[in-house]
Design a binder for this molecule. Structure first.
Ligand code: PHE
Length: 356
């Protein structure tokens, strides 16, 4: 179209007409050459050339007055042809995109095997806790729970701990608020026994509950002690409950957990809230030891001290009761052959996977 580029200066300045024709030429080149390889590029292309308000085709139409009269018709035809080219290129590109989409097939490959959902397992502490709870439930015990943040009164005083008892020492207890003359002290419970007190505050005998829960002690962390652990507490209060009942139920429990032939012993001990008190050991067989095994302590227990009952308004002439408390970690470690308590709190998947 080189001859069309010749211009006239009849009606307008030669420069204006020239400029319009050059703009048309440049536009035709761009329309032809713009690469339309993505959906985004096609959209941008459409807006750039065809937008009604600012599209370049519209802009060019506005410049028709600049063109000499004898070229106006041809100028207009060229613009229309350019516009048609834009439209057809858009159509071709869109059709090509649609085709590759279909060639790809559906977005999902329905023949692929499903992705297996990783299934976790219960933590060994949870497993031991549930097992122990089930055993005592089968003996007719209810389950009670209490707060992990306790006051000094429930954790110590009501349990007959003298004011200067060493267990109250900051060494063992995580105090949240140290006791003062103004108040009692708030702490992380050091055992589940305060829940005994809470149960007896709310219920008259007969009482038969177990209390599973987490407890805290400010101890040096080692293979056998951690700053937190779990206990299951037991409490039975009724008329005529004796030490024989306590021994019988603990023996039954040990047989269920450690086998019918379990060897066990009650060893005299001391707790402020029980009198008499005992600790229970089971004989842990171990061929590597010179004696073929050793005694392992599994719990503390005793007859509830009359002072505790009287403090809660329970007539200790009429009612007696026993209590026991055991560490779950200790029992889980015995059952599963774990020799370092810390591994129970590391949440190492390789360890936990062994309990599924
Ligand atoms: N609370 C005691 C402890 O943590 C255990 C215990 C519970 C002893 C009940 C006797 C009776 O050591």
């Amino acid at each position: 179209m080189s001859d069309e580029n010749t211009h006239s200066d009849q009606a307008h300045g030669a420069n204006g007409a020239d400029a319009a024709l050059q703009a048309l030429k440049a536009l035709q080149a761009e329309i032809q050459e713009t690469v339309l390889d993505t959906v985004g590029a096609v959209d941008a292309y459409r807006i750039r050339f065809l937008s009604r308000k600012q599209g370049q085709i519209t802009e060019l139409l506005k410049r028709i007055p600049e063109v000499a009269n004898e070229h106006k018709k041809r100028f207009g035809q060229e613009i229309n042809a350019a516009k048609a080219l834009v439209e057809s290129r858009i159509e071709t590109a869109a059709a090509a995109f649609a085709e590759t989409e279909t060639a790809k097939g559906p977005a999902f490959d329905l023949t692929l095997p499903g992705r297996a959902v990783a299934q976790g397992s219960l933590h060994p502490i949870t497993q031991a806790l549930r097992l122990i709870t089930r055993v005592f439930e089968s003996y007719g015990f209810d389950v009670a729970e209490g707060p992990e943040i306790e006051d000094d009164w429930h954790n110590f005083t009501a349990l007959n701990f003298p004011p200067d008892h060493p267990a109250r020492d900051m060494q063992d207890t995580f105090f949240i608020e140290a006791p003062s003359h103004a108040h009692d002290g708030i702490l992380l419970r050091t055992h589940t026994s305060p829940v005994q007190i809470r149960v007896m505050e709310n219920k008259k005998p007969p009482i038969r509950v177990i209390v599973p829960g987490r407890v805290y002690r400010n101890e040096a962390i080692s293979y056998k002690s951690y700053c937190l652990f779990h206990q299951v507490e037991g409490l039975y209060i009724d008329e005529g409950v004796t030490m024989a009942d306590l021994k019988q139920i603990i023996h039954a429990f040990a047989r269920t957990l450690f086998g019918e032939d379990v060897k066990m012993r009650f060893r005299p001990s001391f707790f402020p809230f029980t009198e008499p008190s005992a600790e229970v050991d089971i004989w842990w067989k171990d061929e590597n030891l010179p004696d073929g095994g050793r005694w392992m302590e599994i719990m503390g227990c005793g007859m509830v001290d009359p002072n505790v009952l009287e403090g809660l308004g329970i007539d200790s002439e009429k009612y007696t009761g026993y209590a026991f408390g055991m560490g779950i970690e200790r029992i889980a470690m015995l059952r599963y052959g774990i020799d370092d308590i810390r591994i129970l709190y590391e949440n190492d998947i390789r360890f936990l996977e062994q309990f599924s």
